[in-house]
Design a protein around this ligand. Sequence first.
Ligand code: AMP
Length: 216
Amino acid sequence: MNLIIFGPPGAGKGTQSNNIINNFDLKQVSTGDLLRSEIKTQTDLGKKIESIINSGNLASDDVVNTLIRKIISDPKNFNRLIFDGYPRTISQVYSLEKSLKEFNQKVSIVFNLYVDKDIVSKRVNGRVICTRCFGIFNVYLNPPNSKNHKCEKKYLEKRTDDNSKTILNRYETYVEKTKPILDYYNKKGLLLEIDGNQKIDEIYAKIQGILQDIRD
Ligand code: AMP
Protein backbone atom coordinates (compact mmCIF):
# COMPACT_ATOMS: atom_id res chain seq x y z
CA MET A 1 0.00 0.00 0.00
CA ASN A 2 1.01 3.62 -0.57
CA LEU A 3 0.20 6.15 2.17
CA ILE A 4 0.15 9.91 2.46
CA ILE A 5 0.92 11.53 5.81
CA PHE A 6 -0.65 14.93 5.65
CA GLY A 7 -0.64 17.91 8.04
CA PRO A 8 0.80 21.38 8.72
CA PRO A 9 4.48 21.91 9.53
CA GLY A 10 5.16 20.44 12.97
CA ALA A 11 2.23 18.02 12.80
CA GLY A 12 4.57 15.07 13.32
CA LYS A 13 4.57 13.72 9.76
CA GLY A 14 8.27 12.79 9.85
CA THR A 15 8.10 11.37 13.38
CA GLN A 16 5.11 9.17 12.57
CA SER A 17 6.59 8.09 9.23
CA ASN A 18 9.70 6.94 11.15
CA ASN A 19 7.50 4.97 13.53
CA ILE A 20 5.64 3.35 10.65
CA ILE A 21 8.76 2.26 8.76
CA ASN A 22 10.13 0.66 11.94
CA ASN A 23 7.11 -1.66 12.04
CA PHE A 24 5.89 -2.07 8.47
CA ASP A 25 7.72 -2.86 5.25
CA LEU A 26 7.23 0.62 3.85
CA LYS A 27 9.61 3.32 2.68
CA GLN A 28 9.35 6.98 3.64
CA VAL A 29 9.68 9.66 0.99
CA SER A 30 10.02 13.13 2.43
CA THR A 31 10.26 15.83 -0.22
CA GLY A 32 11.62 18.16 2.49
CA ASP A 33 14.48 15.72 3.19
CA LEU A 34 15.17 15.27 -0.53
CA LEU A 35 15.34 19.04 -1.05
CA ARG A 36 17.50 19.60 2.06
CA SER A 37 19.93 16.97 0.82
CA GLU A 38 20.23 18.84 -2.52
CA ILE A 39 21.01 22.00 -0.54
CA LYS A 40 23.53 20.29 1.70
CA THR A 41 25.51 18.90 -1.24
CA GLN A 42 25.10 22.21 -3.10
CA THR A 43 23.89 20.69 -6.35
CA ASP A 44 22.64 23.11 -9.03
CA LEU A 45 19.10 22.39 -7.84
CA GLY A 46 20.15 22.87 -4.20
CA LYS A 47 21.63 26.31 -4.92
CA LYS A 48 18.45 27.34 -6.74
CA ILE A 49 16.01 26.31 -4.01
CA GLU A 50 17.97 27.23 -0.86
CA SER A 51 16.53 30.72 -0.39
CA ILE A 52 13.00 29.55 -1.25
CA ILE A 53 13.07 26.89 1.46
CA ASN A 54 14.72 29.14 4.06
CA SER A 55 11.97 31.71 3.56
CA GLY A 56 9.25 29.09 4.02
CA ASN A 57 7.89 29.16 0.47
CA LEU A 58 7.27 26.09 -1.68
CA ALA A 59 9.71 24.72 -4.22
CA SER A 60 8.26 24.53 -7.74
CA ASP A 61 5.81 21.75 -8.57
CA ASP A 62 8.01 20.61 -11.47
CA VAL A 63 11.00 20.08 -9.19
CA VAL A 64 9.20 17.94 -6.60
CA ASN A 65 7.05 16.10 -9.15
CA THR A 66 10.18 15.01 -11.03
CA LEU A 67 11.87 13.79 -7.83
CA ILE A 68 8.75 11.83 -6.85
CA ARG A 69 8.18 10.26 -10.26
CA LYS A 70 11.72 8.91 -10.20
CA ILE A 71 11.09 7.24 -6.83
CA ILE A 72 7.73 5.77 -7.90
CA SER A 73 9.30 4.39 -11.08
CA ASP A 74 11.82 2.33 -9.08
CA PRO A 75 10.56 -1.29 -8.85
CA LYS A 76 12.10 -1.60 -5.35
CA ASN A 77 9.54 0.93 -4.12
CA PHE A 78 6.53 -0.74 -5.73
CA ASN A 79 3.41 -0.11 -3.64
CA ARG A 80 5.27 0.59 -0.38
CA LEU A 81 5.74 4.34 -0.18
CA ILE A 82 4.82 6.78 2.58
CA PHE A 83 4.59 10.27 1.11
CA ASP A 84 5.60 12.77 3.81
CA GLY A 85 5.14 16.40 2.84
CA TYR A 86 3.92 15.56 -0.66
CA PRO A 87 1.61 16.43 -2.38
CA ARG A 88 1.40 20.05 -1.22
CA THR A 89 -0.55 21.64 -4.10
CA ILE A 90 -3.40 20.46 -6.28
CA SER A 91 -1.05 20.27 -9.24
CA GLN A 92 1.17 17.89 -7.21
CA VAL A 93 -1.94 15.78 -6.46
CA TYR A 94 -2.61 15.35 -10.18
CA SER A 95 1.03 14.59 -10.91
CA LEU A 96 1.11 11.97 -8.14
CA GLU A 97 -2.05 10.33 -9.53
CA LYS A 98 -0.53 10.29 -13.00
CA SER A 99 2.77 8.76 -11.88
CA LEU A 100 1.11 6.14 -9.69
CA LYS A 101 -1.24 5.17 -12.53
CA GLU A 102 1.66 4.91 -14.95
CA PHE A 103 3.34 2.40 -12.63
CA ASN A 104 0.10 0.52 -11.75
CA GLN A 105 -0.36 1.82 -8.23
CA LYS A 106 -2.64 4.02 -6.17
CA VAL A 107 -2.90 5.81 -2.83
CA SER A 108 -4.55 3.59 -0.18
CA ILE A 109 -4.90 6.00 2.76
CA VAL A 110 -4.34 9.65 3.56
CA PHE A 111 -3.74 10.26 7.27
CA ASN A 112 -4.48 13.87 8.14
CA LEU A 113 -2.66 14.87 11.35
CA TYR A 114 -4.62 17.93 12.40
CA VAL A 115 -2.88 20.19 14.95
CA ASP A 116 -3.64 23.52 16.66
CA LYS A 117 -1.61 26.52 15.50
CA ASP A 118 -0.01 27.22 18.92
CA ILE A 119 1.23 23.64 19.17
CA VAL A 120 2.74 23.87 15.69
CA SER A 121 5.03 26.75 16.67
CA LYS A 122 6.21 25.03 19.87
CA ARG A 123 7.00 21.84 17.97
CA VAL A 124 8.81 23.61 15.15
CA ASN A 125 10.83 25.95 17.39
CA GLY A 126 12.01 23.07 19.58
CA ARG A 127 12.77 20.58 16.81
CA VAL A 128 16.28 19.10 16.45
CA ILE A 129 17.23 16.44 13.93
CA CYS A 130 20.06 13.92 13.96
CA THR A 131 21.94 14.15 10.67
CA ARG A 132 23.32 10.64 11.21
CA CYS A 133 20.30 8.47 12.13
CA PHE A 134 17.62 10.99 10.98
CA GLY A 135 15.87 10.77 14.36
CA ILE A 136 13.59 13.72 15.09
CA PHE A 137 13.51 15.19 18.63
CA ASN A 138 12.18 18.25 20.43
CA VAL A 139 14.13 20.07 23.13
CA TYR A 140 10.90 20.86 25.02
CA LEU A 141 8.65 17.90 24.28
CA ASN A 142 10.86 14.94 23.39
CA PRO A 143 14.50 15.76 24.23
CA PRO A 144 17.20 13.46 22.88
CA ASN A 145 18.76 11.33 25.66
CA SER A 146 20.78 8.15 26.08
CA LYS A 147 17.63 6.01 25.83
CA ASN A 148 16.05 7.37 22.67
CA HIS A 149 19.20 8.43 20.77
CA LYS A 150 22.43 6.50 20.31
CA CYS A 151 24.45 8.89 18.10
CA GLU A 152 26.85 11.54 19.42
CA LYS A 153 25.35 14.96 20.28
CA LYS A 154 27.43 16.65 17.57
CA TYR A 155 25.09 15.20 14.92
CA LEU A 156 22.06 17.05 16.31
CA GLU A 157 21.08 20.06 14.23
CA LYS A 158 18.29 22.59 14.03
CA ARG A 159 16.74 23.07 10.58
CA THR A 160 17.52 26.50 9.10
CA ASP A 161 13.81 27.03 8.31
CA ASP A 162 12.68 26.14 11.86
CA ASN A 163 12.38 29.61 13.40
CA SER A 164 9.48 31.79 14.56
CA LYS A 165 9.71 34.08 11.53
CA THR A 166 9.58 31.38 8.86
CA ILE A 167 7.06 29.19 10.61
CA LEU A 168 4.33 31.80 10.17
CA ASN A 169 4.88 31.84 6.43
CA ARG A 170 5.05 28.05 6.28
CA TYR A 171 1.80 27.76 8.22
CA GLU A 172 0.05 30.32 6.00
CA THR A 173 1.33 28.58 2.88
CA TYR A 174 -0.08 25.33 4.27
CA VAL A 175 -3.51 26.88 4.90
CA GLU A 176 -3.66 28.59 1.52
CA LYS A 177 -2.13 26.04 -0.86
CA THR A 178 -1.99 22.66 0.84
CA LYS A 179 -5.00 22.27 3.14
CA PRO A 180 -7.54 22.63 0.28
CA ILE A 181 -6.32 19.37 -1.27
CA LEU A 182 -7.80 17.46 1.67
CA ASP A 183 -11.15 17.94 -0.02
CA TYR A 184 -9.95 15.97 -3.02
CA TYR A 185 -8.95 12.95 -0.92
CA ASN A 186 -12.06 13.25 1.24
CA LYS A 187 -14.28 13.00 -1.84
CA LYS A 188 -12.34 9.89 -2.89
CA GLY A 189 -13.06 8.34 0.53
CA LEU A 190 -9.35 8.00 1.37
CA LEU A 191 -9.07 10.50 4.21
CA LEU A 192 -8.58 9.43 7.83
CA GLU A 193 -8.47 12.18 10.45
CA ILE A 194 -6.00 11.74 13.33
CA ASP A 195 -5.70 14.13 16.28
CA GLY A 196 -2.08 15.25 15.95
CA ASN A 197 -2.26 17.35 19.15
CA GLN A 198 -1.77 14.18 21.21
CA LYS A 199 1.50 12.65 22.39
CA ILE A 200 3.71 10.85 19.84
CA ASP A 201 2.88 7.37 21.18
CA GLU A 202 -0.85 8.03 21.30
CA ILE A 203 -0.88 9.23 17.71
CA TYR A 204 1.17 6.26 16.59
CA ALA A 205 -1.09 3.77 18.41
CA LYS A 206 -4.03 5.00 16.28
CA ILE A 207 -2.07 4.83 13.03
CA GLN A 208 -0.64 1.41 13.86
CA GLY A 209 -4.10 0.00 14.67
CA ILE A 210 -5.47 1.16 11.33
CA LEU A 211 -2.51 -0.19 9.34
CA GLN A 212 -2.61 -3.53 11.14
CA ASP A 213 -6.32 -3.93 10.36
CA ILE A 214 -5.59 -3.36 6.68
CA ARG A 215 -2.63 -5.75 6.65
CA ASP A 216 -4.37 -8.61 8.55
P1 AMP B 1 9.19 19.78 5.27
O1 AMP B 1 10.45 19.06 5.61
O2 AMP B 1 8.13 18.86 4.74
O3 AMP B 1 8.71 20.65 6.39
O4 AMP B 1 9.55 20.77 4.06
C1 AMP B 1 10.49 21.80 4.22
C2 AMP B 1 10.40 22.77 3.06
O5 AMP B 1 10.75 22.09 1.85
C3 AMP B 1 9.01 23.36 2.80
O6 AMP B 1 8.75 24.50 3.62
C4 AMP B 1 9.13 23.73 1.32
O7 AMP B 1 9.92 24.90 1.16
C5 AMP B 1 9.93 22.56 0.76
N1 AMP B 1 9.05 21.45 0.34
C6 AMP B 1 8.92 20.24 0.93
N2 AMP B 1 8.02 19.47 0.29
C7 AMP B 1 7.55 20.22 -0.73
C8 AMP B 1 6.58 20.01 -1.75
N3 AMP B 1 5.89 18.88 -1.84
N4 AMP B 1 6.37 21.03 -2.64
C9 AMP B 1 7.05 22.17 -2.58
N5 AMP B 1 7.98 22.45 -1.63
C10 AMP B 1 8.22 21.49 -0.71
